[in-house]
Design a binder for this molecule. Sequence first.
Ligand code: SAM
Ligand code: SF4
Length: 358
Amino acid sequence: TNINQIDFKKSLSGEEIAFLIGCSGANSKALREMAGQKAIELRGSKVWFRGLIEFSNVCIKDCFYCGIRKSNTKVPRYNLDDEAIIQAARYAFENRYGSVVLQSGERIDNKFIDRIDQLIKKIKEISDNKIGITLSLGEQTKETYQKWFNSGAHRYLLRIETTSKELYQKLHPVNKLHSFERRLEALKALKEIGYQTGSGVMVGLPSQTISDLANDLLFLKEFDIDMVGMGPYIEHEDTPLAKSSQSAYTQEERLHMTLNMIATLRLMMPDINIAASTALQAIDPMGREKAIKCGANIIMPNITPATERKNYQLYNNKPCIDESADDCLSCLQMRIAFTGRETGLGEWGDSLHFFKKQ
Ligand code: SAM
Ligand code: SF4
């Protein structure tokens, strides 16, 4: 097959998507160029920032791939106090980041739920309602999602991780807290409430096939998702997954496939927001810039206070853990300029797709 034989005006079939994810050489180059142009055509040349605040690594779950899983006793647990979180949000506001993402391990106790609720209100207050708030706090009940939405959060990131139910079960302990159905229900609830809903997958997991990855992209399209974050799976040495199984793909191959997936998805869903995930940078120092060239339009600079960054290691070699937030901002602006794009500072940069559906 050759990329010229594919009609991009029609819906792509599973086989065509699989071909695009796996393609290399001139085919991959053409795919990525087409996707990079498509992104600019529809959204202009801007790349928007989301200041990422990883405020706690305390988690009740035990996902086999994740370095901060509950059973990893080697990680010192932390939970930033409200003042430190507000301080980070203030930094984002003053530096015109437009939005912040509150991310942490999963917790479902009432104390946590109320705390987040108060934090959302407070961040809105200190930014005169100007900062957009994205949450990435795992699976919660619909009531909880609604409560946070009412307080001012308007986007939510919840990766489905993989749409192969069989693989999902291999990646998680088998119990109610880790069920594929529960995750899917949570995504549906977010959409029903009216969040701009984001999802995504890990690329290159042990026993994951290209056909699984093609199904993942078809799922994102069918689910009519507004935002996507996809990144390579990266081993963490203290996890059961890294100890027990190997990916069929080298890290280079995972990077290559992720970039092809971003490009393919950009052509399938031209008006959604696609993030250049941090995990790309762990494999290739220019990984995120490459993703922007392939059609990504969102970057999530880490604004977590540097003292705690080392304890939010989801995988080996996580980048930027020694930097302060300031280093990250100037370094990113330079990196974005290098890709020939502008930074959308001071704007929310919402998913156009979300508004078209309204
Ligand atoms: N606890 C929340 C959740 O799971 O949705 C939010 C935080 S969790 C650390 C964010 C994402 O990190 C997950 O959705 C997963 O895709 C990613 N992640 C975890 N371990 C990873 C690994 N070893 N390699 C790449 N990504 C990983
Ligand atoms: Fe917890 Fe999220 Fe890591 Fe799973 S991926 S162990 S829910 S932090």
